[in-house]
Design a protein around this ligand. Structure first.
Ligand SMILES: Nc1ncnc2c1ncn2[C@@H]1O[C@H](COP(=O)(O)OP(=O)(O)OP(=O)(O)O)[C@@H](O)[C@H]1O
Ligand SMILES: [Mg+2]
Length: 289
């Protein structure tokens, strides 16, 4: 076995036949969607309606209703325990909602799909802690990420083809790690690791990126570099960013971007950052603490 082959062991499990059926969307409509294909014809990438999640009777999500437009960068803020991470758990299939609708595009019913199948539909999730392959060079992290994507995997031969190599170079430049390409990922700073992980997600060409407190633990400079990166991605994929750092949120939302404020498992307010900051309920439950 070559070293190259030894690296492909991280592939997610192949979905079962039943999971494939679920991936094809609403059963019985006769419309067969290719895996990973998302119907964005109505301009909505993500749609949540009345989503409820209870843990031992406690409602972490309480009739949460929210939708995100294709290409939008949505910031979500709110106090600790508001249900922001739980919402991401529901979207990615880690937690099953007790009730409500969760749709990716018009047809993919995420509430009925398993976690590995959802991962293949084009939802990428960034957890708070950077998860990179510390003992591999930066460029190889990107290559490995690409191999978990069936669209690349299908065309991959024993050697990296030219197209894949160009993609890696493009991403390295985007995440501003082109000069660190041959360094071990473990040697990077916290901010660089976070950008690398975002680069790894981008290798899989996500339609929707979920980022949970990506700026946590970063220096001010790293935080602004991250905002710059996410602003550059605007339009190429839809994003949902959960964050407490208000300067970071301001850099992402600008004057007109929509911000969602969550509290007690529901949407408390939605609007421009300036608008929600002036909202009495928001001041009381979050900003005015
Ligand atoms: N697996 C679980 N079992 C029991 N309770 C849970 C579980 N996951 C979350 N909770 C509870 O649900 C509520 C919402 O938690 P969640 O982590 O979604 O909040 P959050 O908005 O992400 O908060 P933070 O800003 O602190 O990250 C909290 O009260 C939390 O304790
Ligand atoms: Mg959280």
């Amino acid at each position: 076995m070559t070293a190259h082959h030894a690296l492909i062991v991280d592939l997610p499990p192949i979905p079962s036949a039943e999971e494939h059926t679920n991936l094809n969307g609403v059963a019985g409509l006769g419309h067969v969607l290719a895996p990973g294909e998302i119907d964005m014809s109505h301009g909505t990438i993500l749609y949540l309606e009345d989503v409820t999640v209870s843990f031992d009777g406690f409602r972490a999500l309480n009739k949460l209703t929210l939708s995100i437009d294709v290409g939008e960068l949505r910031c979500v803020i709110g106090p600790n325990g508001a249900g922001k991470t739980t919402m991401m758990d529901v979207i990615t299939g880690k937690t099953r909602p007790d009730g409500g609708k969760v749709f990716l595009g018009q047809t993919l019913d995420l509430a009925r799909m398993s976690e590995p199948v959802i991962a293949r539909t084009g939802i990428g999730r960034k957890f708070q802690k950077p998860t990179v392959f510390e003992n591999h060079p930066v460029w190889e992290n990107l290559e490995l990420a690409m191999k978990t994507d069936k669209r690349w995997f299908a065309s991959l031969r024993a050697r990296l083809d030219r197209q894949a190599q160009l993609r890696i170079e493009e991403i390295l430049e985007l995440i501003r790690l082109q000069h660190q390409a041959t360094r071990l990922a473990g040697e990077l700073s916290h901010g660089q690791k976070q950008r690398l992980e975002i680069g790894m997600l981008l290798m899989q060409q996500p339609a929707l990126l979920l980022l949970d407190e990506p700026a946590a633990g970063m220096t001010d400079h790293e935080t602004m570099e991250l905002a710059e990166l996410l602003n550059k991605l605007r339009g190429s994929c839809s994003m949902m960013v959960v964050e407490h750092d208000m300067e970071f949120v301001a850099a992402l939302a600008g004057d007109s971007g929509k911000v969602t404020v969550m509290a007690e498992g529901s949407v408390l307010a939605e609007g421009t950052l300036d608008g929600v900051k002036r909202d009495d309920a928001v001041i009381e439950s979050y900003l005015g603490r």
